[in-house]
Design a protein. Structure first.
Length: 365
């Protein structure tokens, strides 16, 4: 029996000594509970909306203040005319537009009914459905509180743009592209370079006349080509089989895929310079890349439902910005003047990852 206890004690010792095992046992479950707990919570906060108030009367302003006071919505943009609505959505800073037509108050009190329109960006169907539901609830409460003055009440008209049929393919295809490119680019690149370390061939390359720059470029080019081919196949499947629209520039879409792929490859290279084995590279890629991409990039769960610290983490994940690019180009038809910021962020991330990777290779040499 003593031998058995000694064996159990030895196994506990090995478990507690292994950092990766401890992370899987304790850190990972805690992180998943926190992320899923917030992400699956439909209690949205501070949803950015636009307001188009052509009536500019006391009642419409009272209702707007009531909506802001709920804590669910923040007026991010005030619009002047209906023609401003599509461009406001393409900028990606608002999720919904609240539209009061002219003579809203006059129609409400004289005709006993008036219409307000909720226009939602349905490229993210979950957010569109939830935001219109929240806003409709606030307006219905306003109707109930003022039932004596406005018998017919405020009639709510809802319109979804960019995805009128609320097809889920608009949501998951951009995320699938981001995830597959990440798997092929970052995961396989990190594992490949780690294998070179294990086999000792990376040391042979380091003493050869080839510079660290050439070693990195030579390693990533095959994965760059394969990743781009995969992204085009997925996009074509989304367009011709699932009905995903292609309203923007094809050349801009190719550029977005290229920039994101290079960013993912550079991240894979960075991981490979920090680990010594293929197992460690795979673990690091899984924990630091794949899971955050699935849970925090807006692929499965809306970023707005996450607490502020997780939203900050979301913004340093390359896939978050790539998904914005894909949706903006393919679904909204946005041009480079509208979506230049995600491009700059991805290029900046790539430069940082490559710089750190090359410095690590030089130190190792």
């Amino acid at each position: 029996m003593k031998k058995f206890y000694a064996f159990v004690q030895k196994e506990f010792y090995h478990i507690f000594r292994d950092t990766r095992t401890m992370m899987i046992l304790f850190a990972l479950p805690v992180a998943l509970v926190i992320i899923f707990g917030y992400a699956l919570n439909n209690d949205y906060k501070n949803i950015p909306i636009g307001v188009l108030n052509q009536s500019k009367d006391q009642t419409s302003e009272k209702l707007i203040n009531r909506i802001i006071g709920s804590g669910y919505f923040v007026v991010e943009k005030s619009l002047e005319k209906p023609q401003d609505i599509p461009s406001a959505f393409k900028l990606g800073k608002i999720k919904l537009v609240l539209y009061f037509p002219a003579h809203f108050q006059k129609e409400l009190y004289h005709s006993k009914k008036a219409q307000v329109q909720l226009i939602a960006d349905a490229s993210d169907i979950n957010t569109a459905i939830n935001t219109t539901s929240y806003l409709s609830g606030i307006i219905n409460e306003f109707n109930a509180e003022n039932a004596r003055e406005i018998n017919g009440g405020i009639q709510i008209s809802t319109r979804m743009i960019f995805n009128q049929r609320l097809l889920s393919v608009y949501l998951f295809i951009p995320g699938v592209i981001a995830l597959i490119l990440l798997i092929i680019s970052a995961l396989l690149t990190s594992v490949t370079l780690a294998r070179e370390k294990e086999m000792g061939t990376l040391e042979l390359l380091s003493i050869s006349p080839i510079s660290p720059y050439m070693i990195i470029i030579g390693k990533v080019i095959p994965y760059l080509i394969l990743s781009l081919l995969n992204s085009f196949v997925i996009i074509l499947l989304g367009i011709f089989i699932f009905g995903l629209p292609m309203t923007g520039s094809i050349s801009l879409l190719i550029l977005a895929c290229f920039v994101y792929t290079v960013a993912s490859l550079s991240l894979g290279i960075l991981i490979s310079t920090r680990v010594e084995t293929q197992q460690a590279a795979m673990f690091a890629s899984l924990v630091t890349l794949m899971m955050p991409t699935m849970l925090l990039s807006g692929f499965i769960f809306p970023i707005e439902s996450l607490p502020l610290p997780l939203q900050v983490i979301s913004n340093i994940i390359p896939a978050t910005h790539f998904i914005v690019l894909i949706k903006s180009i393919m679904i909204k038809g946005a041009g480079i003047t509208v979506i230049w910021k995600p491009f700059i962020i991805l290029i900046g991330m790539t430069s940082l990852f490559l710089f750190v990777s090359i410095q690590s290779l030089k130190r190792n040499n």
